[in-house]
Design a binder for this molecule. Structure first.
Ligand code: ARG
Length: 546
């Protein structure tokens, strides 16, 4: 039961003013505090006149606050009972029923290495999708590939000079990257590339054939990454689907008096809104990223009618999103207000610079992932050489480490991408959380069945702190959803693991009289369930043993 919400509901009905409940800085002050600064009645008056729900033991006045104490045993028993009854559904609800959310996420560019920013988008987008799903929303995860633009004209031009079929098959992305670099060093080839892009937009067969080959091979490479990450999509889309809609967009913008000519190109002037100028059609008549995004959004709205159209893309594209959301609005689309750019900061190197190159060389995502898995395997080899399925365990630990290393941070912040730190088994890391889960699971494995009549005994301070944290899970998910902030779940999970480890050290379980032992085992069971549920929201897989 969400005690906070229950209490808040009951108080709101009686007070009939805007109220909030806070959690006091320490347990001695009670479980919840009602700040009364803005209320018309003062604490003594409130205390006298209000009726409190049954689970409230007493209230106390502390300055401008009215503090509430929950009946310990009610909190403990209802919480544990709820978790054990709802199991993998604990903490979730159905508020979003019949509402659709689209999440544009990952969205790498074909024929190019899967970027580190695309990894962030994949991890954060995936978590936001998980969180929304557990609140009942119908979530559509869309991978919108960067598969259109001048660069593909350049690649075609370059491939005709430097292309090699075998290399393309064997190491597609590396080979295409080499070609791309060469073209960009040669102004003549660059010009040829622009012409090839024009041909591509006009539907030239030869151009399309090569482009399609580059695309299929790139997707094959990307799929290897998604498989390791264990992330799936509902829709694979791409910019190429929307270039054909440029003419319609241009026509509509013209009719609505939004288009201006500028040196032969067509633009929407957004200076009035402090958003500069957005280029819609180039002088040679080809389309742009922004043009395609406008067409895409209109199409997406038509198809899905989402209550929130989310784009999980790096903060460096803030202006782009502001511009095209504004254009959608100016075109008269009321739903433009439901478009959200969920942005994220950069991954940095240990030296604080943007993480991109290693001694001047491009880093390939697949290599980073495989290196991390190797490191995880080494640790397993040291700590638990008899572990079964070491490869799969190493993958889960490595990916858990990377996901958590990212998600524990506020997404808009930059963070240092440090695999060795992420992989530590102690401290605020993914492996620490997985390890806590595995340890709790092993306690359960070692004990006999608990009789169904078992009740939670009078709890001590550590047990209470742990159960309280467990009881806050439903509310935490709602907060994470409202703020589109997976770090709220990550921080919660860490808190839960810490509460558990403190409980585990202070409260022996197995060598106890039966009543205490079973009562504590119930607490362990509820903890493992909540931990698993929380980690799954982050996209982190648990291990029964590690
Ligand atoms: N492919 C783009 C990039 O790598 C990201 C696309 C994001 N989605 C969108 N609808 N613009 O920068």
């Amino acid at each position: 039961m969400d005690f906070k919400k229950e209490l808040l509901n009951s108080l709101t009905k009686q007070i009939k003013e805007q109220i909030t409940l806070e959690v006091p800085p320490n347990l001695a002050l009670g479980d919840f505090a009602l700040p009364t600064f803005k209320l018309s009645k003062k604490p003594p008056e409130l205390q006298k006149s209000l009726k409190f729900p049954k689970f409230i033991k007493k209230t106390e006045i502390k300055g401008p606050y009215l503090n509430f104490f929950i009946k310990k045993q009610v909190l403990v028993e209802t919480t544990i009972k709820e978790v054990l009854k709802q199991k993998e559904k604990y903490g979730y609800n159905n508020k979003g029923k019949n509402k659709v959310i689209t999440i544009d996420m990952s969205s790498p560019n074909i024929a190019k290495p899967f970027g580190i920013g695309h990894l962030r988008s994949t991890i954060i987008g995936n978590s936001i999708a998980n969180i929304s799903k557990k609140l009942g929303y119908k979530v559509i995860k869309i991978n919108y590939l960067g598969d259109w633009g001048t660069q593909f004209g350049k690649l075609i031009a370059g491939y005709k000079y430097f292309g090699n079929k075998e290399l393309l098959k064997k190491d597609s992305i590396k080979h295409l990257l080499e070609i791309y670099v060469k073209v960009n060093q040669d102004p003549v080839l660059e010009e040829e590339g622009r012409q090839w892009f024009k041909k591509l937009e006009e539907g030239n067969k030869e151009a399309l054939k090569l482009w399609k080959q580059f695309k299929d091979l790139s997707i094959k490479e990307f799929n290897k990454i998604y498989k390791i990450l264990n992330v799936e999509f509902d829709v694979i889309s791409g910019e190429s689907l929307y270039n054909k809609k440029m003419n319609a967009i241009v026509k509509e913008l013209k009719e609505k008096n939004l288009l201006e000519e500028s040196e032969g190109a067509l633009v929407v002037n957004l200076e009035k809104y402090n958003l500069g100028v957005s280029l819609i059609q180039k002088t040679d008549g080809t389309s742009l990223y922004a043009t395609r995004d406008i067409a895409l959004a209109i199409d997406r709205y038509k198809n899905y009618k989402p209550i929130n159209m989310i784009y999980e893309v790096g903060a460096e594209q803030k202006l782009h999103f502001k511009q095209f959301f504004k254009i959608l609005e100016l075109m008269g689309n009321q739903w433009a207000k439901d478009c959200t750019h969920v942005d994220h900061g950069l991954y940095l190197d240990q030296d604080g610079k943007k993480f991109a190159t290693r001694k001047g060389k491009t880093v390939f995502m697949i290599d980073i992932l495989n290196e991390t898995i190797e490191l995880a395997k080494k640790t397993i080899q040291e700590k638990n050489p008899n572990l079964k399925n070491k490869d799969e365990a190493a993958r889960k630990i490595a990916i858990g480490a990377i996901f958590y290393g990212d998600l524990k941070n506020t997404r808009t912040h930059d963070l240092v991408f440090d695999i060795n730190k992420f992989l530590e088994f102690e401290g605020n890391t993914g492996p620490y959380l997985q390890y806590t889960y595995a340890r709790a699971s092993s306690i359960l494995r070692k004990s006999n069945k608990i009789s169904s009549k078992t009740r939670i005994r009078e709890v001590n301070e550590k047990e209470l702190a742990l159960i309280k944290t467990i009881s806050q899970f439903p509310n935490t998910i709602e907060n994470a959803y409202t703020q589109l902030a997976p770090h709220i779940i990550a921080n919660y999970t860490f808190q839960l693991a810490q509460n558990f480890n403190e409980f585990y050290h202070a409260c022996p379980i197995l060598n106890q009289i039966k009543e205490i032992k079973e009562s504590r085992l119930l607490i362990v069971r509820a903890t493992t369930q909540t931990l698993a549920n929380a980690l799954s929201l982050l996209g982190i897989e648990v291990l029964e043993e590690m």
